[in-house]
Design a protein. Sequence first.
Length: 302
Amino acid sequence: MSTTPDPAASPSALGRLHEELPRLNPGHRRIAEAILADPLAAGDSSITALAASAETFPGAVSRFARKLGYAGFPALRAAIALDNGRAAQSGWERDIGTAITPADAPGEVLDILAGTAARALRDAAALIDQAQVERAAEAITAAERVHLHGEWGDSIAVRELYLRLQRIGFAVWCHEAGSRTLELVSRTFTERDVVLVLNRSGKDETALQLLRSAARTGATTIAVHGAPGAELDRAADIPLFTGIRNGAVWTQHFAGRASDTLLTSMLWLLVAQRRSADPTMRFVDDGTLETNSPASRHDTDL
């Protein structure tokens, strides 16, 4: 008789994977982690593809499914697909999370957002590596040109940093174009440049490629991110973790954006301190820096 759980009566397949994870052997743990890392793909995956992503064999995936009480991998895959369908019906929770509900009053929404931002800033302040931010500030201050990159939500803090650096006289560019344009831009990099990217996930291929291209020219590379240990973290000369890990729902992204702004604001102020100490520079009434030297660095062009 089949041991396949009744989908209507059984707990969530993904929930069961989370519960079983600490008790699994290393091989089965890799399979569970591969499924949990991308449930949508797992719900539509072949046994061979899932085995490859978990660095194991199809037979091990079948045994894993039976260990969980399913007749085999097809039954487990169907249960995962059912979970995905249920999740798709809960679009609010998937996109926004559970901290805020559709029934919350405006005042409650405001309180939750303010509390989320306050906690994020407190947690980020405890985890930001101040010595690394100082290194980044020194590199930017000494650079001939500064190139910044961030896409979509990652561009928010980058764009403000661009405006702030431009205001105090830096030759700075903010690149938000596609990979082909960035490839052309990267051909202009030199060892006197600084290239800073902001990518919360730490795995954006465009940001990674830009850092690699910059590294080949000898430019100093800086990565602002929310994913310690990710490829972007390892690829940069100066990795800067914002103190808040990359999130899966909007309220977590909101917390991350607060930490992005905190870190880039600190970076800009440390750079401004160093520029203000330059005897050839002086602040004027509108808050900008003027140079007393014959040629401003901001006259440098690509």
